[in-house]
Unconditional design. Structure first.
Length: 192
């Protein structure tokens, strides 16, 4: 058994110990004798298993205040992002809007990321976009003109401060998305 037991990994030994029906002193001593190379890990697991469960208690006033303050800060910081009708769209909604407007998804993503010059978007298309999003032209304009907030989680993943992409004209976005020239002409037409 000694030769066989030396081939077991620490994880295997700890798993076997965890499923033992009793975790009394004799079981612990047996495992420590058979697997002395994992003595620290076995003792630590034994300690965790035998520890009584933590008692539930009421939060103190100080703890409640800390939680409430943190929640208010979080709520205030995330409200700017969630008020933008583009950033509040789920991916399936973004796809459905792109399909309804007969646009490649990357053009809608550019709208979401505010990489389009608002002045370059024809008024007729703004109306179609607003209708497809169950919104108004004013809400679309407000969303595209409101500074995009970078999520705090993403801001810590780089040593350099993130910078917003340079906006392109609506026509340039369509060209980059390889939209057919006839379709671009149709989308760029002002109309009434």
């Amino acid at each position: 058994m000694k030769q066989q037991s030396s081939e077991l990994s620490c994880t295997d030994v700890l798993s076997a110990f965890a499923v033992e029906p009793n975790h009394d002193r004799s079981t612990l001593e047996r495992y420590l004798r058979e697997f002395p190379q994992y003595a620290i890990e076995i003792a630590s697991l034994s300690n965790e298993i035998s520890r009584p469960p933590a008692m539930e208690r009421e939060l103190t006033d100080k703890e409640r205040l800390i939680i409430d303050t943190a929640w208010r800060q979080y709520s205030n910081s995330s409200s700017t992002v969630s008020n933008n009708i583009f950033t509040s769209l789920s991916v399936p909604q973004l796809r459905a809007t792109a399909r309804a407007l007969e646009l490649p998804l990357q053009v809608m993503v550019a709208f979401r990321e505010q990489r389009v010059k608002v002045a370059s978007i024809p008024k007729r298309f703004l109306g179609r976009l607003a209708a497809a999003m169950n919104s108004t032209i004013d809400e679309i304009n407000m969303a595209l003109n409101t500074p995009l907030q970078v999520a705090s989680v993403r801001s810590h993943k780089s040593e350099e401060k993130p910078v917003a992409a340079v906006p392109a004209t609506f026509e340039q976005l369509l060209i980059e998305a390889q939209v057919a020239p006839e379709k671009i002409a149709e989308l760029m037409a002002e109309g009434d």
